[in-house]
Design a protein around this ligand. Structure first.
Ligand code: PAF
Length: 281
């Protein structure tokens, strides 16, 4: 049976009240829909950790810096509800747009530091949009735990910082990236790639893994970066927007993996922007 779809905040609050009175814990999995196995792994983690699970689906216009990307973003509510049915989630919150951005909405949540580089630098305003909507979803759902994929690692750190700074009583839990058998990180954007594009895009992960192994062995990032970029272009990527080695905790750039570090990439395939990241060591 598909979970009830809730569109109004008052109804969601009613559920929250009943569950809280019954002493039940609540988890939330925020999404923009077009659900794939990566999202479903977050739902599984939430089901394991919480008595009640809310999945939110809201394509958030505020986080798209490119209007074409927003217009093309897949919207598959019915299919999403069907995919969620076997997991027994307790509510699918698909807020009417005015529940998130009421007339006259004038607040912006902006997280400095961890937002500044990579996705934040390439997509101006993106993380303000993410932090603003996620703050609202945390407050609206009243969940005690939230589940995010490590594929969007920078987003995970931004959201965690935001919740801490605003004293929102929620634990932000990062879950491992789920990959296709080809190694390609699952993403709603993969739906827009051709068969050939999917195959070429799957070269990103092995290039990152190889680079990660070389960094782990002590190599300097700057000496390896040109080769890795060339390998991606040779694999068929049209552009490598960034390839970056950063501290796992605060995302400051690093020259070598001489502390906890992650390797990040954004690259374009068939006009679609793909991102991925892997731990180093
Ligand atoms: O990762 C996403 O799908 C979105 O950025 C999120 C966290 C649901 C906020 O709109």
């Amino acid at each position: 049976m598909t979970a009830p779809i809730i569109r109004r905040l008052a109804e969601l609050r009613g559920k929250h009240r009943d569950w809280t009175l019954a002493g039940e814990s609540i988890g939330v999995v925020p999404t923009m829909g077009a659900l794939h196995a990566g999202h479903l792994s977050l739902v599984e983690a939430a089901k394991e950790a919480c008595d009640r699970v809310i999945v939110t689906i809201f394509v958030n216009p505020k986080q798209f810096n490119n209007p074409e990307d927003l217009a093309n973003y897949p919207r598959t509510e019915h299919e999403d509800a069907v995919k969620l049915a076997p997991y027994g989630v307790d509510a699918i919150y698909v807020p009417d747009p005015d529940e998130i951005y009421p007339q006259g909405f004038a607040t912006n949540v902006s997280v400095t530091g961890v937002s500044d580089q990579m996705e934040g630098a390439c997509r101006p305003g993106h993380f303000d949009g993410v932090a603003t909507v996620v703050a609202k979803l945390f407050l609206q759902t009243g969940a005690g735990k939230a589940f995010f994929g490590e594929k969007d690692y920078q987003q995970l750190l931004v959201v965690r910082r935001m919740a801490r700074d605003l004293d929102i009583p929620i634990e932000v839990i990062g879950c491992p990236t789920v990959r296709e058998t080809s190694g390609l990180a699952m993403s709603s954007r993969n739906l827009r790639l051709s068969e050939e594009g999917l195959e070429k895009a799957s070269k990103l992960y092995p290039v990152l893994q190889r680079l990660s192994a070389e960094l782990k062995a002590g190599a300097e990032f700057a000496s390896l970066e040109p080769q890795a970029k060339a390998a991606l272009l040779a694999a068929g990527f049209e552009e490598v927007e960034y390839l970056s080695l950063n501290c796992t905790e605060n995302l400051s750039p690093r020259d070598r993996a001489d502390g906890p570090a992650r390797l990040f990439a954004a690259a374009w395939m068939e006009g679609i922007r793909l991102i991925d990241n892997v731990p180093v060591g």
